[in-house]
Ligand binder design. Structure first.
Ligand code: UGA
Length: 423
């Protein structure tokens, strides 16, 4: 078992630290926020992620997991150091590497000789070299090991990965990193750093492409009178296509797809290639936010002036409390621009204020006096509510179901006017 340091306790860092300690390694995680470090040492988790609190508490109780303030304090005695700091989007769409460079500079003087620094943050192609330069330590190896976990199923994805990718020019360092994951049953791809970094961007961009493609097909279905769910069913049985990531919706969002797709366009541009296909994928996504706003406007009779809209779901997808780049917020912003009087919203994981939105205590309260109910996040609980009660609370029983979550026939029987996506 190895001694591991994790720098950054965001989604990727915290989950990585927790599951590596679960695999038996001795893990010390570092963050720059004293309150967060104290909270984590008490076993309290700042994010909503199934199974993560159990893993963290088991690690703390077993003495295999701890949290410290400051990167330098975590790396002492560590054979492996995972860099899991954020890489926010810079002004021009490229990824901002400041955090990763700062972390590298901080740990450089205290790294053990022969230790391996592993880049897990999503970083532009060439960043392994950037970290090598920032470290300035010829006795330390730098390896790329991109992460593919999804929010909402992060623990499961880490323990049952589809593949493990390691990018390194040094086969012995790559083998040492691979050894950390010995217990996981997954194909191992050992490649050069640039290819490993590209695999991460290409994977996210391809998944975003699938969703934009199915959203575009949904638009075609609406125009020709087809049902996108039937179309996807017929497509998905083709093993070359599959069913995954072909659910139409209000567009893709979250902390990864929007940032990473724009970054890849920029990486390609800097390298002299115009990635027109991916630009189109992004355009289709922005248009999808608009289309959903238009559906809501049309359901309200063609104008949102003076109208109250009820919204179910604010997070960027279900099973997370993450609002970053949420399609729901994109749609809400457009409703407000188009003159909606009030937005009353409910989300099982969201409390507190959101600019221009009245966040309600339950799904029914959000519907009071509303002319349209918009379902923007696919929380399963919404399917099992009392729709007679919902109808009684609304001013007009209009539903725009941007996730195709509800049963149109059941709603229409109850007297609702129902609009979905691509059906
Ligand atoms: C995504 C990738 O799926 C992960 O593999 C990757 O590790 C992660 O980004 C990352 O780079 O860190 P995540 O952002 O958690 O994971 O969310 P996804 O489940 O991929 O969903 C992204 C967006 O696409 C959401 O807004 C979701 O509602 C939407 N989506 C997804 C659809 O509209 N339709 C689908 O069929 C699937």
């Amino acid at each position: 078992m190895s001694r591991i340091a994790i720098i950054g306790t965001g989604y990727v860092g915290l989950t990585t630290g927790a599951y590596l300690s679960h695999l038996g390694h001795e893990v010390v995680c570092a963050d720059v926020m004293p309150d967060k470090v104290a909270m984590l040492n008490r076993g309290e988790i700042p994010i909503y992620e199934a199974g993560l609190d159990e893993l963290v508490r088991a690690g703390l109780d077993g003495g295999r997991l701890s949290f410290v303030l400051g990167a330098a304090n975590a790396v002492e005695g560590a054979e492996f150091v995972f860099l899991c700091v954020q890489t926010p989007q810079g002004e021009d769409g490229s990824a901002d590497l400041t955090y990763i460079q700062d972390a590298a500079a901080e740990i450089a003087p205290v790294l053990e000789a022969e230790s391996v620094v592993i880049n897990k943050s999503t970083v532009p192609v060439g960043s392994t070299r950037v970290v090598e330069r920032a470290l300035g330590r010829s006795d330390v190896f730098v390896v790329s090991n991109p992460e593919f976990l999804r929010e909402g199923s992060a623990v499961h994805d880490c323990l049952h990965p589809d593949r493990i990718v390691i990018g390194s020019d040094d086969s012995a360092a790559a083998a040492r990193v691979a050894g950390l994951f010995d217990q996981l049953q997954a194909p191992l791809i050992v490649t050069d750093p640039a290819s490993a970094e590209t695999i991460k961007y290409a994977s996210n961009a391809f998944l975003a492409t699938k969703i934009s493609f199915v959203n575009a097909i949904a638009n075609v279905c609406e125009a020709v009178g087809a049902d996108v769910r039937e179309v996807v069913l017929g497509m998905g049985y083709d093993k070359r296509i599959g069913f995954e990531f072909l659910k139409p919706g209000p567009g893709w969002g979250g902390s990864c797809f929007p940032k990473d797709s724009r970054a890849l366009v920029r990486i390609a541009e800097d390298a002299g290639y115009d990635f027109g296909l991916l630009k189109g994928v992004i355009t289709v996504n922005t248009e999808q936010y608009e289309r959903v706003a238009t559906k809501i406007e049309q359901a309200a009779g063609g104008s949102l002036g003076g109208v109250t809209v009820a919204v179910w779901g604010l997070t960027f997808k279900a099973r997370t409390n993450d609002l970053r780049d949420s399609p729901a917020l994109e749609v809400i912003g457009r409703l407000r621009q188009r003159g909606a009087n009030a937005i009353k919203a409910y989300d099982p994981t969201v409390t507190g204020d959101i600019d221009g939105v009245e966040v309600c205590a339950d799904a029914y309260a959000a519907c009071e006096g509303a002319t349209v109910l918009a379902v923007l996040t696919e929380w399963d609980d919404f399917r099992w509510l009392d729709f007679d009660k919902v109808k009684g609370l609304m001013a007009v029983p209009n539903v725009v179901d941007a996730r195709n979550l509800l049963d149109p026939a059941a709603l229409r029987r109850r007297g609702f006017f129902y609009v979905g996506v691509g059906r």
